[in-house]
Design a protein around this ligand. Sequence first.
Ligand SMILES: NC(=O)c1ccc[n+]([C@@H]2O[C@H](COP(=O)([O-])OP(=O)(O)OC[C@H]3O[C@@H](n4cnc5c(N)ncnc54)[C@H](O)[C@@H]3O)[C@@H](O)[C@H]2O)c1
Length: 256
Amino acid sequence: MGRLSGKVAIITGAASGMGLAGAQLFAKEGAQVVATDITVDVLREQVEEIIKDGGDAIAIELDVSKKESWDAVIEQTLAKYGKIDILVNNAGIHIAKGILEAELADWEKVMSINCTGVWLGMKSVIPHMQKNGKGAIINTSSIAGIIGGVSDAQGAAYSASKGAVRSLTKHAAQWFGKDHIRVNSVHPGAIFTGMVEKAGIKSQEEMGSHYKGLAPLPPYAGESMDIANAYLYLASDESKFVTGIELVVDGGWTTN
Ligand SMILES: NC(=O)c1ccc[n+]([C@@H]2O[C@H](COP(=O)([O-])OP(=O)(O)OC[C@H]3O[C@@H](n4cnc5c(N)ncnc54)[C@H](O)[C@@H]3O)[C@@H](O)[C@H]2O)c1
């Protein structure tokens, strides 16, 4: 028996980084995984690998900022697996522009994916979780939703969007606890992923060297599986009395 046996899990941003690690780990733990992403070619290749390794998964294209895209994912998920137990709202983008440098289009793009996307995801799955009598939702925020400075990598809208995810999570935890739906946020610190590679950093070690002195725990930057393990705990019944928490996975950065 896996820790997620019999559960159907939708994961957003599953083509890369933490979302991909989550999809791989959830499949190993027995979940039926609905892996979604806007970059669907890479996603399909990753899902083929999961299936080759004995997992049960499907790949579905999703733009988290579009309601009709969510509707299509829900329809296909129910057609294939018949229910939804878990949603991991992991997809996100970063634009390294501060309050003065950002244009309105930058602000709106980040907010529409990182914040509106999380709301749309919850709005789409909660009625099905209510019918199912339970559910677990995990929203990916950031330590940039808790503290400022280096942690937001000069992203004003990023920081605002992650703060919104933190408080929206607590709102949902309050209102849907009565339906046995648990809603928690995960707050990664510096984690070496595709997002970081796009910013020009080549390895976890290189990333760690930038954060030595901020995070006390070597190697000072984490890896995607560190976050996937947090997703797994919050998705599984091991956390059945846990809702509305901020699970910080940052090598101790926020103790600074
Ligand atoms: N890497 C870090 O240090 C770090 C730190 C704190 C929080 N986070 C958060 O963790 C989450 C995962 O990030 P990651 O580092 O694994 O990034 P990543 O870039 O490796 O993966 C993000 C995935 O989201 C997908 N995506 C982007 N826009 C989308 C959209 N509109 N609809 C659907 N999918 C979309 C991308 O195609 C990509 O596959 C994000 O929410 C990010 O903000 C990352």
